[in-house]
Design a protein. Structure first.
Length: 375
């Protein structure tokens, strides 16, 4: 992939308060290294979809979000009960406030404060709408948010706004990054990779460097919701992108991680071996294996892109669902995987995207069709 000129818009360099992303940040006595974490007992990341309400109409939205809130969302007291369940895990996970747009919940700041008081490590992923102003970003930091994630799917306003379905979202994202820098709130950028956005990646990487982000999270599209209308990468192009990401990550101070592309670990390992080096740790989680998603109505899914419920936090503790639900246990049993993923020598440390396998085959333990090594 070729490089692009540096973005010349809003920039603000800052001292980073922590050097890594959700996968390796905030190590304390309550947050041991994820390298030693037993994913069968405790996830690394719990994401809670506060609401599906959102004022945007993004092309890739898995939730097919709309501006109105659902009448059966978890109430404030039920959300606090969820926080207490998360705190019961042996190793405290990172807790992501997601959506929709979390700012559509009037109790968002109360919830952030309560989660932090309980001892969780909250992060927030707001939509880039006019609700995300300077005061809001400052309130995120004051309420205890440890990270704010901003979506950036194009390196120009034209490209990003077209993908997001709303004029002005690029400018809101750049301004919010500046507000976060002023408030001392670390940020990460989240980018969705499709056949139409892949050419934007080099310039987005430049923007991430200029903004001095803590992490760049690159999500390889899973065709779900509105995302079924988008063109995915071919496996060969996916491998080329992963090799470029691995090379770029070696040049940057921020951490690069992939979502729904666990073969990034294989690419990074092969690059290290080619240089005669011992492969380092490349952080990755999988659906039900280090990651768990709680919907706005309390349903527990292995990921937001695998809409098979393993239980509901209104009826059973998230700890028990994550550890004991047959679906979760099946996803952690990589010997049960089918097709090429079942016989691949890299399955123990890769396993493919379970969410994409499910979207393609209807079977959570099927093979990931994006894998470059499936032949």
């Amino acid at each position: 992939m070729s490089g692009h000129p540096h973005h010349s818009g809003h920039t603000h360099r800052r001292e980073r308060s922590d050097g890594h992303g959700h996968s390796e940040s905030a190590h304390t006595e309550n947050h041991p290294s994820p390298h030693a974490r037993d994913y069968s007992q405790s996830p690394l990341v719990v994401t809670w979809e506060l609401t599906q309400a959102c004022d945007l109409a993004c092309d890739h939205c898995r939730a097919d979000a709309n501006p109105e809130r659902h009448s059966d969302e978890l109430a404030t007291d039920e959300a606090i009960a969820l926080f207490e369940q998360v705190a019961d895990f042996d190793a405290s996970p990172f807790f992501v406030f997601s959506g929709g747009d979390p700012l559509k919940r009037p109790d968002i700041f109360e919830l952030l404060e309560t989660a932090a008081d309980i001892g969780l490590t909250p992060a927030v992923t707001p939509a880039t709408t006019p609700l995300l102003d300077r005061e809001t970003v400052e309130r995120f930091e004051a309420a205890g948010a440890r990270r704010m994630a901003l979506s950036l799917d194009g390196a120009t306003a034209e490209a990003h706004d077209e993908f997001r379905g709303e004029t002005g979202t690029f400018d809101v994202a750049m301004e919010a990054a500046e507000y976060a820098a002023d408030a001392g709130l670390p940020i990460q950028l989240n980018t969705t990779v499709t056949a139409n956005t892949v050419s934007e990646l080099p310039a987005i990487a430049d923007i991430a460097s200029e903004l001095d982000v803590a992490m760049w999270e690159v999500f390889f599209l899973v065709p779900l919701g509105r995302g079924t209308e988008l063109e995915q990468l071919s496996p060969d192009l996916a491998r080329e992108v992963l090799e470029w990401l691995a090379e770029r990550s070696e040049q940057e101070s921020y951490r690069v991680i992939t979502v729904e592309a666990p073969f990034y670990r294989r690419v990074a390992s092969e690059r290290a071996r080619e240089r005669g080096e011992t492969p380092g740790h490349v952080g990755t989680t999988g659906a039900g294996n280090g990651f768990v998603f709680v919907s706005h109505t309390g349903e527990v899914y292995p990921s937001g892109f695998m809409p098979i419920s393993a239980g509901n936090v209104r009826e059973e503790s998230l700890v028990d669902i994550y550890r004991d639900a047959p679906l979760m246990q099946r996803l952690r049993d990589r010997e049960s995987f089918e097709g090429p993923c079942g016989s691949c020598p890299a399955t123990p440390h890769c396993g493919g995207s379970r969410s994409r396998a499910y979207a393609a085959t209807g079977v959570p333990t099927g093979s990931d069709p994006l894998c470059p090594w499936v032949g």
